[in-house]
Design a protein around this ligand. Structure first.
Ligand code: PEP
Ligand code: MG
Length: 588
């Protein structure tokens, strides 16, 4: 008998960004856009249009501040900080001035002019191949809708408030939408758009609501009222689940809620293997606001602070003093644990306002990170001085991204020495013993790691880039994502070379790419001799639990067995096998 497509089980695969399983009816929030009237105005009407525009901006600002206040009370100030980006949009002089100019030249009503200008900004950012900048585009769209509704005298768009608990499905969920979410009724979130760094993902994790994003055009394929299951671990949305599927996920839910309770108890425990080896388990942060989640999840400090995010949501570069204040505040808040500050990884796909980088055919192989900074000492030096100054206030370490060999590293160290001399001459204190590290994310650096190890205090392997360069698979290209294999023998052998070089020269090495958080691979990483793992704060408890269940000795045996193997799948299977034996409850 053929299954009825209206009732047959259908699975949609996205990216799991907030753990948990939800089972409920679907509520699809369609992205209806307001009809915008367009009409000509007389020159004498321009002052009235400007006044309407200014008052709509003031009203929008007040609504955002109100929303920020509401969310700060509900889930903490960290997440309310997301609305700072919205406030910047209503205060953006370039955007506002362009609207005022166009009012004069085009003599059209202000709703239409503002829509045209803001939409062009949002579209431009939306087309850039960088998740962070795409998010900024979505911020502009969110604010644009608000301003237009205020110009039209309409109430702000509200989330549908339905009596029944549901899984909310939307093309995209903006921070304003998320602020209106009723936690009692919204059991899960699924969106067409989004990535791990999207605001939907950030908010869902904070609200502790299971979520899957990047489900492509799922909103076109489902209807409100259908029953569904959302698996926030694997990113699956299953519509019309069969009784067998429901039973299977019922067990997953039970097991996972038991695991979460157990994991929460690990916060104060140490990340030490069964045979007594301590692995430093730290957290990666992008913005200073993320620090609240570091200690809350039991991380031992910050293993990667991606400072370029300071630049990405503004038009001008923060100066030395502003950076110093930020780094000092982050360092003090994680003290006595370390804070590892990575110098700007700008360029490539991360373009900041105020920085002139021309189009490149291969931006990931282009003018990025340390290459860019070495040629822009007017940007590099203020950052190095700010980090040095902050080193007097906390346990600060510094590392350089994209190092490809000793010559490049020495150039960076020479600039650092110059900054130290300048501070000494000016009588400004800093920690002259501050540890300096090199990120190993270019295969050339891994192969030359014996030489590099003699010049630094530690290595931090950026596997996100190391893998893409080793197997020649663009890390942001979805079409070839299946070829991006962390368990590739070449990747393992490169990590092994780095490990041997580090330990021979008595320096420590860590891993701060996403691979560090993949608990199916923890046995391999421990076997490769890693001293530190740095992962997204919410994933710290899972990785800690995995470390505590393994012994370094058995992991070393595993690595000896798999290093000579030729295929990623064989290596992965061996690692999975040990992971399954030691912590089956963590692997759903
Ligand atoms: C990496 O490449 O693994 C890394 C941690 O740096 P980013 O992801 O910021 O490039
Ligand atoms: Mg990198």
């Amino acid at each position: 008998m053929k299954a009825d497509p209206a009732t047959a089980e259908t699975r949609f695969q996205g990216i799991g960004v907030s753990p948990g399983v939800a089972r409920a009816t679907l509520q699809v929030m369609r992205d209806e856009f307001e009809e915008i009237e367009r009409y000509s105005i007389e020159p004498s009407q321009i002052p009235t249009e400007i006044a309407r525009f200014e008052s709509a901006l003031v009203q929008t600002r007040m609504q955002i501040l109100e929303m920020q206040q509401k969310i700060a009370e509900a889930i903490g100030t960290k997440d309310a900080g997301i609305f700072d980006a919205h406030l910047l949009v209503v205060e953006d002089r370039t955007l506002i001035d362009e609207v005022l100019r166009k009012l004069e030249t085009e003599r059209t009503n202000v709703e239409a002019v503002f829509h045209d200008v803001a939409d062009r900004y949002a579209q431009t950012l939306g087309q850039i191949d960088d998740p962070y900048l795409r998010e900024r585009g979505l911020d502009i769209q969110d604010v644009m809708r608000r301003v237009i509704r205020n110009l039209q005298g309409k109430a702000p768009r509200m989330m549908p408030l339905h009596g029944e608990a549901h899984i909310l499905v939307a093309h995209n969920l903006t921070p304003s939408d998320a602020a209106c979410i009723d936690r009692q009724r919204v059991l899960g979130i699924a969106t067409d758009l989004g990535s791990r760094t999207s605001h939907t993902a950030i908010m869902a994790r904070s609200l502790n609501i299971p979520a899957a994003v990047g489900l492509h055009d799922v909103t076109e394929k489902i209807t409100s009222g259908q029953v569904a299951l959302l698996d926030g671990y694997s990113g699956r949305l299953i519509v019309n689940p069969t009784p067998e599927t429901l039973a299977y996920f019922g067990e997953v839910e039970l097991r996972q809620s038991r695991v979460s309770r157990e994991l929460a108890e690990l916060r104060e425990q140490s990340s030490t293997t069964r045979d007594g080896d301590h692995i430093v388990l730290s957290a990666n942060i992008e913005l200073p606001a993320d620090i609240a989640t570091v200690a809350a999840n039991g991380a031992e400090g910050i293993g990667l602070y991606r400072t370029e995010f300071l630049y990405l949501d503004r038009d001008s570069l923060p100066g030395e003093d502003e950076q110093y204040a930020t780094y000092k505040c982050v360092a003090e808040s994680v003290s006595p644990h370390p804070l590892i500050i990575r110098t700007f990884d700008l360029g490539g796909d991360k373009i900041a306002g105020g920085i002139d980088v021309s189009d490149e055919l291969n931006p990931f192989l282009g003018w990025r990170a340390i290459r860019f900074c070495l040629e822009h000492t007017e940007i590099f030096k203020p950052q190095l001085r700010a980090v040095l100054r902050a080193s007097a206030a906390g346990h600060v370490k510094l590392m350089f991204p994209m190092i490809s060999g000793t010559a490049e590293l020495r150039r960076a160290l020479a600039v650092l020495d110059e900054c130290k001399r300048e501070l000494t001459l000016a009588g400004i204190p800093f920690n002259s013993e501050m540890q300096i590290g090199a990120m190993i994310e270019v295969p050339a650096a891994a192969i030359c790691s014996q030489a590099i190890a003699q010049e630094v205090d530690f290595f931090s392997i950026g596997t996100n880039d190391l893998i893409q360069y080793t197997v020649a698979v663009d890390r942001v290209n979805e079409r070839i994502a299946h070829l991006y294999e962390p368990s590739h023998p070449a990747v393992l052998r490169l990590i092994n070379m780095v490990s041997e070089a580090a330990h021979k020269h008595k320096i420590w090495f860590g891993i701060c790419g996403e691979m560090a958080a993949d608990i199916e691979l923890t046995p391999l990483l421990l076997g490769l001799g890693v001293d530190e793992l740095s992962v997204s704060p919410v994933l710290v408890p899972r990785v800690k639990s995995a470390i505590r269940a393994l012994s370094r000795a058995e992991c070393c045996e595993l690595v000896e067995k798999v290093l000579p193997l030729d295929t990623p799948s064989e290596i992965l299977e061996y690692s999975r096998q040990l992971a399954r034996e030691r912590y089956p409850m963590l692997l759903s």
